[in-house]
Ligand binder design. Structure first.
Ligand code: OGA
Ligand code: MN
Length: 299
């Protein structure tokens, strides 16, 4: 039997009783879809599973977004998974880099995964394979964008309805403090994309869709648009909308990228291994990496 507990007053469910080592059932899929619509972010508590079981579970909910350069780069995990954590491609601890040099540091600002891509991103499903103890850091924070929307003043809701956000990976990283160079941009060229500032879920609840990659607003000058999205960012990331997750080995945390933001917290030492693996699913379409998708849009 699957049960769901709520771990934060506003959102964040805990799904207990799912066995992801067994062939998935429709009951499992429906229970997870319902819990996600209700809570926006859920942790599935169960024992360690394999990459193949993780991917089989993810594919119940949509086609995978594949990592950039899918199948062409060395990987210590199934190539469909995105690596997070502090291990390099050989599985050795990658020493921490200074903040202004570390591209991954940007994940410490609240963000929606892949919002800088034109793909219709749905959920991320991050699995804790090796998790450090609490005092070492490495918790993940989540924000409930739907409760944050509900609490916006009426005039702000009216002002942002129908506006479109500009999502730009490199500009977002620069705002997060990274010294972005032309060379970085050239190795990963990612022109800005647009997404509505207000999004509704199946139940009709609305969310204010900002986050670290959202740097401006279509039709506004750069300073005005940036100021507006920063004001919204400050509103949604107030402590009352934030839940902190401490990882236990085997946890899978699923977040709906349309209705929740998340942020990494830094590891305080290089002493512990943190091996995190993420499956990402889209609302629809073929399974491909986001570069391939852009190429097809441009063609
Ligand atoms: C991610 C991410 C945060 C973390 O995998 O998309 O932002 O704490 N991870 O590992
Ligand atoms: Mn992320």
């Amino acid at each position: 039997m699957i049960t769901v507990n709520q771990l934060h007053p506003l959102f964040f469910g805990e799904i207990v009783g799912a066995d992801l080592t067994a062939e998935p059932t429709e009951t499992l899929r429906d229970a997870v879809e319902d819990a996600m619509e209700r809570y926006g972010v859920c942790v599935v508590r169960q024992g360690p599973i394999t990459d193949a079981q993780h991917l089989r579970f993810a594919r119940l909910f949509g086609p995978l977004e594949l990592p950039p350069g899918y199948g062409t780069r060395p990987s210590r995990m199934a190539p469909e998974l995105f690596p997070a954590g502090n291990l390099d491609a050989e599985g050795k601890i990658r020493p921490r880099a200074p903040a202004n040099r570390d591209v991954a540091k940007g994940a410490e600002r609240f963000h929606a995964d892949s919002s800088f891509n034109p793909l219709p991103s749905k959920w991320s499903m991050l699995r804790g394979v090796e998790c450090p103890p609490p005092e070492a850091g490495g918790d993940t924070l989540f924000v409930d964008l739907r409760s944050a929307y509900d609490d916006l003043p009426e005039e702000t809701r009216a002002r942002i309805e129908g506006l479109v956000g500009i999502h730009d990976f490199w500009r977002g990283r620069a705002y997060a403090g990274l010294a972005v160079t032309d060379e970085m941009r050239a190795t990963m060229p990612m022109p800005p994309v647009h997404h509505p500032l207000v999004r509704a879920s199946a139940s009709g609840r609305k969310a204010v869709f900002v986050g670290g990659h959202c740097v401006g607003v279509v039709g506004m000058d750069e300073a005005e648009g940036h100021a507006l999205v920063e004001t919204l960012y400050d509103h949604v990331t107030q402590p009352k909308y934030v839940h902190r997750h401490h990882w236990t080995t085997g946890d899978i945390v699923i977040w709906d990228n349309r209705f929740a933001l998340h942020a990494a917290t830094p590891l305080e030492t290089d002493e512990y291994r943190r091996d995190m693996r993420r499956a990402t699913v889209n609302e629809s379409g073929e399974e491909m990496d986001a570069y391939e998708y852009r190429r097809r849009l441009d063609a």
